[in-house]
Design a protein around this ligand. Structure first.
Ligand SMILES: [Zn+2]
Length: 211
């Protein structure tokens, strides 16, 4: 559902631009609001969420999908944790639909989906692993890389239950806004994928804003 925000960027406590291929790791406190903006359109933001006070509890795709009875995420979606507790709620969304089924790109999946010669190409899992290595203070390890959300990514479900990566429905300046229901660690990989249309074959920057 398309819903606009009334928040004023001038009042934000944090604003950053994340280049394609970079990561953003940040602790959002309960009650704070996070906005992710697709600056140039057709970009995928592969995102993991953890309970900042107990990282063993993290975003759960199956609990979220079951909780709302819908595979797509938009305004009103409660992102649920592996303990089936509310982590965040989407309170504004000018894109209208976000994927949580497709998973993140990795060098391994690139070789299976596209070609063995794609193995050297930068993938979201690499960015998450770099974030974990560069920020040991959060205690994350590669075991903690599990289900993710692909904000702005268009992954239609076919009539026979399959998935396909389709051309994006996002556009320049579209954003999604989430309110934290607990203290949440946010780990975004701004996707560098070049082999499917999730980034329009041209990965571009996103912006993150916190109130
Ligand atoms: Zn990716």
């Amino acid at each position: 559902m398309l819903t606009e925000s009334t928040r004023n960027p001038a009042d934000a406590i944090c604003h950053a631009t994340v280049k394609a291929g970079d990561y953003w790791l940040y602790k959002v406190t309960e009650g704070q609001t996070l906005r992710i903006t697709d600056l140039e359109g057709n970009q995928a933001a592969d995102t993991l969420f953890f309970n900042a006070d107990d990282i063993a509890e993290r975003y759960s795709m199956p609990d979220t999908v079951r909780g709302q009875g819908n595979v797509f995420l938009t305004t009103g979606t409660i992102l649920r944790s592996s303990d089936d507790r509310p982590m965040l709620e989407i309170v504004a969304d000018t894109c209208g639909r976000h994927d949580t089924l497709g998973g993140a790109c990795a060098t391994e999946s690139n070789t299976v989906r596209y070609d063995l010669e794609k193995r050297h190409m930068h993938a979201c899992r690499d960015s998450w692993m770099l974030a974990i290595a560069e920020h040991p203070e959060f205690g994350l390890t590669r075991r903690d890389i599990t289900h993710n959300i692909n904000f702005f990514m268009n992954v239609p479900v076919t009539g026979d239950g399959g998935l396909c990566f389709a051309d994006g429905i996002s556009a320049p300046g579209k954003y999604v806004e989430l309110v934290a229901k607990m203290n949440v660690l946010v780990l975004i990989s701004n996707c560098p994928q070049l082999n499917n249309p999730c980034n329009g074959y041209n990965p571009t920057p996103i912006a993150v804003t916190v109130w």
